[in-house]
Design a protein around this ligand. Structure first.
Ligand SMILES: [Zn+2]
Ligand SMILES: [Zn+2]
Length: 146
């Protein structure tokens, strides 16, 4: 089967170019996470999660390395990254196996990034204030996926 490439597809990859991916259509949701783990892994103040269903995400090039860890509630999540340059590319969650969280910094067209909420604002860096249009949660409420 040959997939049709559409303008609405979201493409991206890692810093060194080894990893390339394509996501079909618009994402299901887009949010930020300011938890300490995401700050540590991103090396920044938050990460951007662009959420797609598993079937919408295709890796076209390269091989992802992964780091499996548990959060404070004991939920297992896996952080996937480029083994050559270390760029974070994707998070997968054991409790939501049908979704893929693509890291916003790896997206080619940053104008497509429109986060609507943030998790873990309780541990945000003190200098950072988000625009009011981004819904802010102190922790990780049930029902949200990022
Ligand atoms: Zn790379
Ligand atoms: Zn986080």
């Amino acid at each position: 089967m040959v997939d049709t490439i559409k303008a609405s597809d979201l493409t991206g990859g890692c810093l060194c170019g080894a990893i390339r991916y394509r996501c079909s259509g618009e994402p299901d949701s887009m949010g930020l996470c300011q938890c300490n783990r995401c700050q540590r892994q991103s090396g920044s103040s938050f990460l951007i999660a662009v959420v797609y269903t598993r079937a919408a995400v295709a890796f076209e090039q390269g091989e992802l390395f992964s780091y499996v860890a548990q959060d404070d509630e004991g939920a297992t999540l896996t952080r996937h990254f480029c083994g050559a340059c270390g760029s974070p590319i994707m998070i997968t969650l054991d409790r939501y196996p049908e979704i893929r969280s693509i890291m916003g910094g790896s997206v080619d067209d940053k104008s497509r990034l429109k986060p609507t909420f943030s998790l873990w604002c309780s541990t945000s860096q003190p200098w950072l204030s988000l625009p009011v249009r981004i819904q802010q949660h102190s922790a990780y409420p049930d029902g949200l996926i990022a």
